[in-house]
Design a protein. Structure first.
Ligand code: KG4
Ligand code: ZN
Length: 398
């Protein structure tokens, strides 16, 4: 089954053609990161206008690259939430219009569920021919993740630990109580005067700090402990919290010494609301103090986030006796997290999987993949489906 997937939930416009939920024929993503970098974050009005300008060329390119005509497409899928209303509306409306025009089944896809299904995607080189899949078991093919499993969904707006017992069966184990992991990366990058999106910028700066130490004949690992930063363990729960860490970073970037910051009674108070102008000013000050400082701060911050995510995910995997853990969402692209979580799980014989970097961040291949497993169950949506900006994963009770 060939599905055209469409993704437009935020600042990436994507179209992809995927066979049987796994095999990629094409995957086109147009990013607006450069435009939003100017503002240090996504500006919703700008994002939706860009979506409108790029969606049709992106879909046409996906069809071209797959060497595919409309007559070969079996279904259309588009993200309907969560995300920015204006951006979502563009992809969803185009998706429904195409399905209507070509008389094809239509399915609205939950963006968070799609991030999980990015783990079902194979590289282009492994496309199999239609004859080979005729007798295949659609629900499970070799190389698929195996249930039950735990998935850490970490994106720009969500951080959730989810127990997945089977296709479409999600139990919420824990979630962030304040900022999402990706949001923390983005806000701290702004504090440090680094570019948007913050995750890759912080990862790069941290790498630079480690390389500099290595050049000085010191252990690169020292960079990760250069600043002592707080970790919110929230013991006895599978929840996360990153706002205290963000406040500590803000304080350090303001120029307080480590000693001062540890003595500061206000340290625990979390920053609230959007402090864009203040962040930008402080970030510039921090950046002006020299690259080494910023790089060491970035390395210490990344280590604090990775520490909590990796240990808490390992604890959940042990408690629920799963044999596989998945990473999903933009932050799953983080190399430190992948390495550290692998180290936590290997001695326990728990397999860790994550999508290639281009499938971790927003893309339409994952939308087509998630749609496939819904269509298998006979599900599809009517053309009255509307966007749901606040949509969450369809959790079942424990
Ligand atoms: O899943 P995604 O592309 O969009 C949402 O659905 O939100 O995630 C975007 C988030 C951003 O916060 C970005 O900073 C973060 O993923 N991210 C990373 C990395 N690459 C992207 N965070 C840490 N390390 C990375 N390498
Ligand atoms: Zn996403």
């Amino acid at each position: 089954m060939l599905i055209l997937g469409i993704e437009s939930s935020c600042d990436e416009t994507g179209a992809a053609i995927v066979k049987d939920g796994r095999y990629l024929l094409s995957n086109v993503v147009a990013t607006q990161a450069e435009i939003h970098n100017r503002y240090g974050g996504v500006v919703p009005e700008v994002a939706s206008r860009q979506q409108l300008a790029t969606i049709i060329p992106v879909i046409e390119t996906a069809l071209d690259q797959a060497a595919c005509g409309w007559e070969e497409i079996d279904a259309i899928a588009a993200t309907y939430g969560p995300g920015l209303a204006g951006s979502l509306l563009v992809g969803l409306t185009v998706g429904k219009a195409i399905a209507l025009a070509h008389n094809l089944p239509f399915l609205g896809v939950n963006h968070l569920e799609a991030h999980i299904y990015a783990n079902w995607l194979r590289n282009q080189t492994t496309i199999i021919s239609p004859q080979e899949v005729d007798d295949a078991d659609w629900e499970y093919q070799e190389g698929d993740p195996t249930f039950p499993l735990i998935c850490l969904v970490i994106s720009g707006a969500h951080s959730e630990l989810v127990l997945v017992r089977g296709h479409g069966q999600y139990e919420l184990l824990g979630r962030t109580r304040d900022d999402a992991a990706g949001e923390a990366f983005d806000k701290v990058a702004r504090i440090l005067g680094l570019s948007y999106p913050g995750g890759p910028a912080i990862q790069q700066a941290a790498q630079r700090a480690e390389e500099e130490l290595q050049q000085q004949g010191k252990s690169p690992v020292l960079a990760r402990g250069a600043y002592r930063l707080p970790r919110a363990w929230l013991r006895g729960t599978h929840d996360f919290s990153f706002s205290g860490l963000k406040t500590a970073m803000l304080h350090l970037a303001e120029g307080a010494t480590e000693d001062e910051y540890q003595r500061d009674a206000h340290f625990a108070a979390s920053t609230s609301g959007n402090q864009v102008s203040q962040y930008t000013r402080l970030g510039m000050q921090a950046a002006q103090r020299g690259g080494a400082d910023v790089a060491l701060l970035a390395a210490s911050f990344q280590e604090a986030v990775v520490d909590v995510l990796a240990v808490k995910t390992r604890l959940a995997a042990q408690q629920y006796h799963v044999k596989q853990v998945l990473l999903a969402g933009g932050v799953a692209a983080n190399i430190s997290l992948r390495t550290r979580l692998g180290q936590e799980l290997r001695p326990l014989n728990i397999r860790l999987s994550y999508p290639p970097v281009e499938f971790c961040t927003d893309n339409a291949a994952m939308i087509a993949s998630a749609a496939f497993f819904h269509l298998l169950r006979g599900e599809q949506h009517g053309f009255d489906l509307d966007v749901e900006p606040g949509l969450s994963l369809p959790f079942t009770e424990k």
